[in-house]
Design a protein around this ligand. Structure first.
Ligand code: 13P
Length: 249
């Protein structure tokens, strides 16, 4: 069975004190679902978050990393650096990285390779913009994002990959894809994987939905057969809301 995963992407929020406070609140929550729980604080708070969650079923993951192993890349963080503090999973390709930091499919293919070479797990994000959706190009856009960054990989690499479909128009807007829109796209993604690899590979990959998932809509979205979890922005910054979503499974 595919893993259920609920991951909180904190984005550029929370300093050290807030990070410690939110984590202590998360630790008081009761998990009643089978979902794996992840949080992605900013780089500066990864180590304190990692230490604070030892012994708890909360995995601390990174929001990004560079594709080079080391070198003259001022301001960047490598896979090796993340691994050196115990981080095993990295989010790559978030639409904010693509839009504001010009990350291309080609950059992302390199980052994915580096993460896998370092035996890290990748949460690979993609999703169409509103204009693509309005023009009916959403499947084409998503297919090309996946193909360009991932289809050079062997099928076995997908053991270490989680996909996250995040329609850009639903991120931080309060406007969610309907559960049907999410299901349709997730089924399309799975078919795209099955056509390239095999239905066995396609059926083994967890596909998360992201974009204004809240306690009041999580249950319905997660009830769809091809939705295996969520990547949560705003609602992951409040312990009660985040665990209401975790427990929506
Ligand atoms: P929101 O849940 O705030 O819409 O953000 C989604 C997201 O971008 C998670 O990566």
């Amino acid at each position: 069975m595919r893993k259920h995963i609920v991951a909180g992407n904190w984005k550029m929020n929370n300093g050290l004190i807030q990070t410690k406070t939110l984590i202590s609140e998360l630790k008081q929550q009761k998990k009643t679902s089978d979902a794996e729980v992840m949080i992605a604080p900013a780089f500066t708070n990864l180590w304190p978050a990692f230490e604070a969650t030892r012994q708890y079923p909360i995995e601390v993951v990174a929001q990004n990393m560079h594709f080079a192993d080391a070198g003259a890349y001022t301001g960047e963080i490598s896979a090796g650096m993340l691994k050196s503090i115990g981080i095993q999973t990295v989010i790559l390709g978030h639409s904010e990285r693509r839009a504001y930091f010009n990350e291309t499919d080609n950059d992302l293919a390199k980052k994915v390779d580096t993460a896998l070479a370092n035996e890290m797990r990748v949460i690979f994000c993609f999703g169409e913009e509103l204009d693509d959706r309005k023009a009916g190009n959403h499947e084409k856009v998503v297919e090309s994002q996946i193909k360009n960054a991932l289809f050079h990989l062997e099928a076995s690499a997908f053991k270490s990959i989680v996909l996250a479909y995040e329609p850009v128009w639903a991120i931080g807007t309060g406007e969610t894809a309907t559960p049907e829109q999410a299901q349709d796209m997730h089924a399309f993604i799975r078919k795209t994987l099955a056509d390239k690899y095999s239905s066995e590979t396609a059926n083994s990959v967890s596909i998360l939905y992201g974009g204004s998932v809240k306690p009041n809509n999580a249950k319905e979205i997660f009830s769809k057969p091809d939705v295996d979890g969520g990547l949560i922005g705003g609602a992951s910054l409040k312990a009660d809301d985040f665990f209401a979503i975790v427990n929506a499974f």
